[in-house]
Design a protein around this ligand. Structure first.
Ligand SMILES: *[C@@H]1O[C@H](CO)[C@@H](O)[C@H](O)[C@H]1NC(C)=O
Length: 280
């Protein structure tokens, strides 16, 4: 009796420990709600749940306290339900200055019953123009789903619920910039972009439904922390060498074949001289 109880206790302890490892972050200690004048809120003592809101006078947002040069940033999000046209909910990495680097997840709201668009982009030295957009295979307003950016020296991988949907490879060998020298912070925001996010203002934001609220849960960032002009990486980090094997590439293909709604690499109208070299 005694020993089986002990065993059970050990399993329980291990289980709790494992959960802790998976979601080690706390909004209280890891982020600063730097925008929105009270519109961003942390809901629990442990700092696991945060909400951002948007009304006619302002949106809101948070940023990580630390900067990273490579890392893995993960969060679960539940997006604005109902008529969310004109709202944009984001989770992204960004560095400072005029020639910044940036890696974006941006969720463009839609009128009720119509799908969100997940907009992804990569900026290198201040230049974006690498958009890929997707619809999702679930309703992102009905529950929490996990969105993750893995950024290592060889590649950037975007995943949704552990399914890779996009890979941006380091192609410096053919003269294409890759983010590798500017530390980035993690950001999230909820803002209004009626002109951009609704196919050129086709739909209007319905302010009678405001405030709009999006939820973030289980924030977890592991990375090479930047301090005093250099970064230090945690030992043996799986994400630092992560690549997509055949299985991973097949998932990217699946997501792109079934859910991609825009790809800069196939936009011949926009690039009449030929699509960017990074696409080929
Ligand atoms: C809204 O939904 C329509 C399809 O019903 C789609 O064509 C459009 O791209 C969506 N807009 C956004 C911003 O996702």
């Amino acid at each position: 009796m005694k020993s089986s109880c002990g065993t059970r206790f050990t399993f329980l302890a291990l289980y709790l420990f494992a959960l802790q490892c998976v979601y080690a972050g706390s909004f209280h200690k890891d982020v600063n709600i730097h925008w929105g004048n009270g519109r961003g809120k942390i809901h629990d003592n442990e700092g696991k749940l945060l909400s951002l809101s948007l009304d006619k006078s302002s949106g809101s947002g948070f940023q990580s306290n630390q900067e990273f040069l490579y890392g893995k940033a993960e969060v679960q999000m539940k997006l604005v339900p109902g008529n969310s046209a004109g709202t944009v909910t984001t989770f992204y990495l960004k560095s400072h200055g005029a020639t910044w680097d940036e890696v974006d997840f941006e969720f463009l709201g839609n009128i009720s019953g119509h799908p969100y668009t997940l907009h992804t982009n990569v900026y290198t030295k201040g230049l974006g123009d690498k958009e890929q957009q997707f619809h999702l295979w679930f309703d992102p307003t009905a529950g929490f789903h996990t969105y993750c950016i893995t950024w290592n020296p060889q590649r950037i991988i975007f995943t949704v619920d552990d399914i890779p949907i996009r890979e941006f490879k380091n192609s410096e060998s053919i003269g294409i910039h890759f983010p590798k020298s500017q530390p980035m912070r993690v950001y999230a925001s909820l803002w209004e972009a009626e002109h951009w996010a609704t196919r050129g203002g086709l739909e209007k934001t319905d302010w009678s439904k405001a405030p709009f609220t999006a939820y973030y849960r289980n924030y977890n960032v592991e990375g090479c922390v930047w301090a005093n002009g250099k970064s230090s990486c945690p030992k043996k980090s799986h994400w630092f060498t992560k690549k997509l094997g055949k299985g991973g590439m097949n998932k990217v293909k699946w997501a792109q074949r079934k859910y991609m709604v825009y790809n800069y690499c196939t936009d011949k109208k926009r690039f009449p001289q030929g699509v960017p070299a990074v696409c080929t």
